[in-house]
Design a protein around this ligand. Structure first.
Ligand code: FAD
Ligand code: NAI
Length: 468
């Protein structure tokens, strides 16, 4: 079908958006190429994001459980625990290598050509990679995002003193004092990793609460639990500058609303104040494609940009910067290009923070539901009253179901619990099927499972939970 073009589809970027789009397009019979400038496929997520961070979260949790004496109450005595950080880092790299290699295998299996190098547009149907040019009937921008820089705080991952998430995933030694700038997802996940491994962790957050965008009750509970774990959380505080030597950094901070400045010393600083879309050096000028005020590429319901033949997906377009959102957009864009209808429901995209406990959410927060004019009914069930959480001694947190008071339709579910990331899938599925809280309340849940807390929370919306 490629006729006058080299390819039917050429995708720029092989992250979860790009590689999934490429595989789907090839499965649908389209001649497909994917340009990637990294040495390995898989984008931010597989190389320096979701995968290595989850590997470090898992390993550091095992270490903390063994080292802290937490296992003793279960009758498991562990003595002489030692941290072997190089081994931990190498196991993480092994997982990354297996998964990025897996994408390379899938590309070969599906006959997707990997065009190695940095691609930039020369016109709407052509890109240049090095000294070669490739043409395609449709080009999909899936270039992802990079860390937002903080003026006055220079990131130097190789130096290891002021780092971004990529540097913080590979620190060669456990810092004594890690200061995290930004109390969002990356700050709390990677802060958890290094706290568990022995660092004192201070989180400096500009707003007056951590985890912006999450449900208000969840934000409060999360701050309480993280403080209990030993995090020093300084909200309403801004960093105005940083000086670094080879071994330490001195940060100047002051109240966000103005006031006296003070300094904080740290041997490591993690800058995690959000991410910005990658559109630099992409040749957008050559095709007359502009970005919006947030640097994103605007698209329509079929992922079409304002330029004919050019579509965009993933972190580079508006919406949450999440791997599964990018993946589902990847499938949908390939289906549109193949002449099918590609579906993704942007109202039901779960998000998970993989701390302990995990924090998961789907749909509207209570605050958003009210802002949109819903009269809401809320049901909340504490993990303390869940029998499986009791047996496992992981009773922190709760499940909260937000439903429309008139229709009883579930508008949002917010969970803070050890298995929140797994539990949220059921809530997403229920919402996708238009469930009411009564539907969840009358669904038989296996006992004893953490998932029963979702059922009881839905029963609480109905006003009749059993176990509280
Ligand atoms: P990316 O994954 O960023 O991939 C874009 C790719 O395009 C990159 O490989 C880049 O090299 C390549 N590229 C860019 N420009 C060009 C060019 N001009 N030519 C050739 N190649 C180019 N999300 C979750 O859902 N769950 C998580 O647990 C999670 N954890 C994360 C942890 C960290 C530390 C970070 C940083 C992010 C995490 N994310 C997580 C977010 C997730 O990684 C992103 O949402 C996701 O990777 C976006 O996918 P994408 O395909 O849009 O772009
Ligand atoms: P974030 O948006 O989650 O958090 C950034 C935090 O920094 C916010 O709390 C913000 O108020 C604060 N902030 C902004 N400017 C500041 C300043 N000058 N000083 C102090 N605080 C400041 O961004 P983060 O953590 O960098 O993550 C980026 C993206 O990566 C997120 O959008 C997230 O979706 C994605 N991600 C997802 C993960 C997951 O799904 N588990 C894990 C890690 C990242």
């Amino acid at each position: 079908m490629a006729d006058k073009f080299d390819y039917d589809v050429l995708i720029i970027g092989s992250g979860p958006g790009g590689y999934v789009a490429a595989i789907r397009a090839a499965q649908l019979g389209l001649k497909t190429a994917c340009a990637e400038s990294r040495e390995t496929l898989g984008g931010t997520c597989l190389n320096v994001g979701c995968i290595p961070s989850k590997a470090m979260l898992h390993a550091s949790e095992l270490y903390e459980e063994a080292h802290s004496g937490a296992l003793e109450k279960f009758g498991v005595k562990v003595t002489g625990t030692k941290l072997d950080l190089p081994q931990m880092l190498s196991e993480k790299e092994k997982a990354v290598g297996e998964l990025t290699g897996g994408i390379e295998y899938l590309f070969k299996k599906n006959k997707v050509d990997w065009l190695k190098g940095h691609a930039s547009f020369t016109d709407a149907h052509s890109v240049k990679i090095g000294d070669k040019s490739y043409t395609a009937r449709e080009i999909v921008i899936a270039t992802g995002s990079s860390v937002t820089p903080l003026p006055g705080v220079e990131i130097d991952n190789a130096g290891g003193v002021i780092v971004d998430s990529t540097g913080a995933l590979s620190l060669p030694k456990v810092p004594k004092h890690l200061v995290v700038i930004g109390g969002g997802v990356i700050g709390l996940e990677l802060g958890s990793v290094w706290r568990r491994l022995g660092a004192k962790v201070t989180v400096v957050e500009f707003l007056d609460q951590i985890l912006p965008g999450m449900d208000g009750d969840v934000r409060k509970e999360a701050a309480k639990l993280f403080k209990k774990q030993g995090f020093d959380i300084r909200t309403g505080t801004k960093v105005t500058g940083a000086k670094a030597t080879k071994t330490k950094a001195t940060l100047t901070v002051e109240p966000a609303k103005g006031g006296d400045a003070e300094t904080i010393e740290a041997d490591c600083v993690l800058v995690s104040i959000g991410r910005i879309p990658n559109t630099e050096n992409l040749g957008l000028d050559a095709i007359g494609l502009e970005t919006n005020a947030r640097g994103q590429i605007e698209i329509d319901g079929e992922f079409r940009t304002s330029v004919d033949g050019v579509r965009a997906i993933g972190d580079v377009v508006p919406g949450p910067m999440l791997a599964h959102k990018a993946e589902d957009e990847g499938i949908a864009v390939a289906e549109w290009i193949a002449g099918q209808v590609g579906i993704i429901n942007h109202d039901v995209i779960p998000s998970v923070v993989y701390t302990m406990p995990e924090i998961a959410s789907v749909g509207l927060t209570t605050e958003e539901a009210k802002e949109r004019g819903h009269e809401v009914k809320v049901g909340k069930f504490p993990m303390m009253a869940n029998s499986r959480a009791k047996t496992n001694r992981d009773t922190d947190g709760f499940v909260k179901v937000v439903a429309d008071a008139q229709s009883d339709r579930v508008l949002g579910v917010h969970i803070i619990a050890s298995l929140a990331g797994t539990m949220i899938a059921q809530a997403a599925q229920a919402m996708e099927f238009g469930a009411t809280s009564e539907d969840i309340a009358y669904t038989c849940h296996a006992h004893p499972t953490h998932a029963e807390a979702l059922k009881e929370s839905a029963m609480a919306v109905q006003g009749k939970p059993i176990h509280i």
